[in-house]
Design a protein around this ligand. Structure first.
Ligand SMILES: Nc1ncnc2c1ncn2[C@@H]1O[C@H](COP(=O)(O)OP(=O)(O)OP(=O)(O)O)[C@@H](O)[C@H]1O
Length: 526
């Protein structure tokens, strides 16, 4: 579903990193730049090299970014000057606990090292690691240590930037620094530029993995590409997914370019959003909002709003325990991703959701007397063994119309919950009545057994959820009435998205089937 970052030798983004491996002139350890003394190299970026350093007067640790200017042509020198000026101006203006501070800008005087003589040196707070270092070392599939703290810090820093009228423009794990006392700092404001009305012009640098899909269709004029705050929101969505899954990118692909193409297919409406199944519902919704497919639909999700939501989701454990979470029908437990089999029966009463990803059961228990909208009621005819499978499959889709009861109604109309159902004349099999060739195009491994089998209820139902989620998105994009979506989805599952869109509604030939689905749905929702 998602693919860990991998390097592609053909990928310009990755080959940029190869370039960084080329030997560069280095300052010797103990080199003095005004009141600071450099130490070992921390790393190199597109423009220069970052060194450990300390303040000579009192030994305070700092980092010094040295940007050589000697080998640059006049145009490059001007561009570098502009980046530095932005970074310094930004740092001075935007004083904030989640933005790294630049203390001074100096000139390196090293006549004996001509390549570095005259270089610009930025003296900054020193971090212990970047978020990229942490993600590179993390085991994928689980949130990194301190994931919530990191997300809170990044979101707060971004909200402060946007409120101050700046766009970061290059938000990515390498530009999130982690301080020695657990601080979270946004860094590298080289691309940050003041908002001009609603957007800023930036040169087309950025990072493929964190660029919003609309970036590719924008026209790049002499001033560069238009970068708006919503581009930072997209980048935050990608980064949050990576932080919560130990580095998994939300879009599939072995290379940055492939992932970017997947993101563009999603934005065009030709592929659904497939977030990692281990995310909690709150985080899923938040990431899905950040990854809204275009600038306009992302616009309502401001950094301030995202920061507030993250505070709410990840608030203190005490606050979290008090928050009651809407849950599945009374008397059973919803299993999070990675655990499908088994239904634990609990008594009635009120429980809480465990927002921490422990890879195990995320228990959501409701008050038995109050059925939760969209969830399967306790007294329904849905077989107990299928309930958690259906609930989990429905919760994979972030679109509100795709609920457990809608999936249950669809399955009942398709097969009457018969896991061995078979209609050979139309080549439809299993509980979700998949035609094997169509199933293969969408297949999801719902039970995580490494196999995708249309006769396996978890696989068939998870795939049904993915497919109807996509239908739902298609119909919304086509402007079909929101209130008709359950009927349209039922019709689309029996025919195709195209047929429904072309007919502008439910085709007459599937009307009886659709009516049946709606009747079952109404009974579950009563
Ligand atoms: N203040 C700092 N404290 C500690 N490490 C830092 C600091 N600033 C940058 N680094 C680290 O130094 C390395 C180089 O950083 P730099 O900002 O030059 O490049 P980058 O962000 O990796 O790439 P680019 O700037 O080209 O996008 C990175 O590993 C970064 O995490």
């Amino acid at each position: 579903m998602t693919t860990a970052d991998a390097q592609d030798p053909q990928d310009p983004q990755d080959s940029q990193d190869d370039d960084l491996e080329a030997p560069r002139p280095r300052l010797p350890e103990g080199f003095r730049i005004e009141g600071w003394e450099t130490g070992a190299v921390i790393g190199s970026g597109g423009w220069g090299t970052v060194y450990e350093a300390r303040t000579v007067a009192d030994g305070t640790p700092v980092a010094v970014k040295v940007l050589p200017t000697g080998a640059l042509g006049p145009g490059q020198r001007a561009a570098l000057g502009e980046l530095v000026a932005r970074e310094v101006r930004f740092s001075a203006e935007a004083d904030h606990p989640h933005l790294v501070r630049t203390h001074a800008v100096c000139t390196v005087e090293a006549p004996e090292l001509p390549a570095l003589d005259g270089a610009i040196a930025l003296v900054m707070d020193r971090a212990e690691a970047s978020l990229k270092d942490v993600l590179d070392a993390a085991g994928s599939g689980r949130p990194i240590d301190g994931a919530e703290r990191v997300l809170r810090g990044v979101a707060a820093g971004l909200a402060h930037m946007h409120d101050a009228g700046w766009v970061h423009g290059d938000l990515k794990p390498a530009n999130v620094l982690l301080g020695p006392g657990g601080q979270v700092w946004l860094a590298d404001f080289g691309l940050a530029t003041e908002l001009d009305g609603t957007h800023a012009h930036l040169p087309p640098l950025g990072t493929l993995d964190h660029l919003p899909p609309e970036w590719w269709s924008q026209r790049t004029g002499t001033q560069g590409a238009v970068v708006r705050p919503t581009a930072d929101i997209w980048a935050f969505g990608v980064l949050a997914h990576q932080v919560l899954t130990g580095g998994l990118h939300p879009f599939a692909g072995a290379t940055a370019r492939a992932r970017s193409l997947s993101a563009q297919s999603y934005a065009r409406g030709t592929a659904p959003l497939r977030l990692d199944a281990g995310l909690t519902g709150d985080m899923r919704r938040l990431i899905a909002d950040c990854l809204a497919p275009d600038h306009t639909t992302r616009l309502p999700h401001t950094a301030r709003d995202i920061a507030a939501r993250i505070e709410d989701i990840t608030g203190s454990p005490r606050r979290r325990r008090r928050r009651l979470v809407p849950a599945v029908a009374a008397g059973f437990v919803v299993l999070t991703a990675g655990a499908v089999a088994g239904v634990a029966l609990l008594g009635g009463g009120v429980g809480t959701r465990d927002d921490d990803h422990d890879g195990g059961v995320s228990a959501t228990v409701t008050d038995a007397r109050r059925p939760v909208p969209g969830e399967i009621p306790a007294d329904s005819d849905v077989p107990e063994a299928l309930r958690p499978v259906i609930a989990r499959a429905a919760h994979r889709c972030t679109d509100e119309e795709i609920t457990p009861v809608l999936l249950a109604a669809l399955i009942k109309a398709e097969s009457g919950f018969d896991t061995n159902a078979s209609r050979p004349e139309s080549e439809e099999y299993g509980v979700a009545m998949w035609t094997p060739s169509v199933f293969r195009a969408w297949a999801v491994d719902g039970d995580g057994d490494g196999d995708k089998d249309h006769m396996s209820p978890p696989d068939a139902i998870a795939t049904m959820s993915l497919y109807v989620c996509w239908l739902d998105q298609r119909f919304k994009q086509a402007g079909l009435p929101k209130k008709d979506l359950p009927a349209l989805v039922a019709a689309g599952y029996r025919t195709s998205d195209r047929t429904v869109i072309e007919e502008g509604g439910v085709p007459a030939r599937v009307r009886p089937h659709v009516d049946r689905v709606l009747r079952y749905l109404a009974a579950y929702e009563r």
